[in-house]
Ligand binder design. Structure first.
Ligand code: ADP
Ligand code: MG
Length: 363
């Protein structure tokens, strides 16, 4: 699918550049040494667990807060001290912050009104935005509180687009929305990004959400950026155990080097890993649930095998997940439904994986 991704030119100067940005609250370091380049027109997502510094970072990017140290550059110009209302950017908040008793039209036109745009021009702009966001024209006079969750999301977006900002910032706008609508809105946001061609900077605690929408993703932990890359790069080459675990359910083995192999600390099994980094002594072997195969009764000769007991089975729709107990450890195995395990709970099972399918990290 990578070929379907709109090209973001690698060489273009970034629209937004962060250089060694720090933010301290008293002695507490909320954001530390953040360096990022955000390219014109890309959908850039900052993802991290709660408390990792995402909101603190985006507040500095929109001008609601100033860095304690470092620089924020907009097309090469330092904007650390430029207030939010003087920047060509706009923020869409978690709550959407719509005026519930005002009409859709009044909500969308609000930023134009405070900028002194005449009523007729406001109305024309609003009608174009309703069309662009696939909202019926007769919603102009509808109370926004009577719109559905998805429609309110689009009204908030229309309002954010009203004064034609260069960059749109989003701070977890979908986190309070139920699963099915959220899944639909994730795609809708990506479509709107494509239609408007604007730079989107999006915050979420869900890497799964980030994967759906983003051209590139920055992963934060404890105020620092730990990895930046395309969804493919993050998925295929997570930099450390934290990133690999953040991506979803994975199996983590604590291993130590034993000659040219790895010894699993829990089971004592000798395993063959992927290529070891220079000087590797101990670390973590991470295996995705779908990398496992059930080896019972097969001629599969993979060198990595663990004997266990099938404890439980869960249906995930098109896939099946299994919990396999090996010694004191619990492993998750995932198979497509048509390749599901043919047997019963409490069966003795052997699970195996190809050495190259696991990921080895020192930290
Ligand atoms: P996130 O948005 O990733 O959940 P935040 O940026 O809101 O994280 O917060 C990062 C850390 O900074 C948290 O530990 C939070 O308690 C702290 N923090 C945020 N704002 C303030 C503030 N105004 N004063 C003191 N600490 C703050
Ligand atoms: Mg936050």
């Amino acid at each position: 699918m990578n070929s379907a991704t709109p090209a973001t030119t690698e060489s273009a100067a970034p629209i937004l550049r962060l250089q060694n940005v720090d933010k301290l609250f008293g002695d507490f370091v909320a954001v530390e040494r953040v360096n990022l380049d955000i390219r014109e027109g890309e959908f850039f997502t900052i993802v991290g667990p709660s408390g990792s510094g995402k909101t603190t970072l985006i507040r500095m990017l929109v001008g609601m807060d100033k860095p304690s140290d470092g620089n924020i550059l907009l097309r090469g110009t330092r904007i650390n001290d430029v207030p939010a209302n003087k920047r060509p950017t706009c923020m869409v908040f978690q709550s959407l912050a719509l005026f519930p008793h005002k009409t859709v039209g009044q909500n969308i036109e609000f930023p134009l009104k405070i900028r002194g745009v005449p009523p007729a021009e406001r109305r024309g702009r609003c009608e174009r935005l309703l069309q662009q966001l696939h909202l019926p024209q007769d919603y102009y006079g509808k109370a926004v509180g009577k719109c559905s969750g998805g429609e309110q999301q689009r009204v908030a977006l229309a309002r954010a687009l009203a004064f034609d900002p260069e960059i749109l910032f989003f701070d977890e706008p979908l986190s309070a929305i139920d699963y099915r609508l959220r899944k639909a809105l994730e795609k809708e946001l990506k479509d709107i990004h494509r239609e408007t061609g604007k730079t989107f900077v999006y915050i979420t605690h869900s890497l799964e959400e980030a994967m759906v929408m983003s051209d590139r993703i920055a992963i934060m932990r404890g105020g620092r950026v730990v990895q930046v890359g395309t969804p493919d790069e993050i998925y295929n080459r997570p930099r450390n155990r934290f990133v690999s675990e953040f991506m979803g359910e994975v199996n983590v083995l604590e291993v130590a080097r034993d000659g040219d192999r790895l010894r699993d600390g829990a089971s004592g099994a000798l395993l063959q890993g992927p290529a070891m980094p220079e000087g590797f002594t101990k670390g973590f072997l991470v295996i995705r649930p779908e990398a496992f195969r059930f080896l019972n009764g097969t001629a599969d000769a993979t060198p990595n095998r663990l004997e266990g007991r099938l404890y439980n089975e869960y249906s995930l729709g098109s896939r099946m997940q299994y919990q396999v107990h090996v010694g004191g450890g619990v492993f998750l195995v995932e198979k497509l439904r048509e390749q599901r395990y043919q047997g019963q709970l409490d069966d003795s099972v052997t699970i195996g994986w190809d050495p190259a399918e696991a990921m080895l990290f020192e930290e």
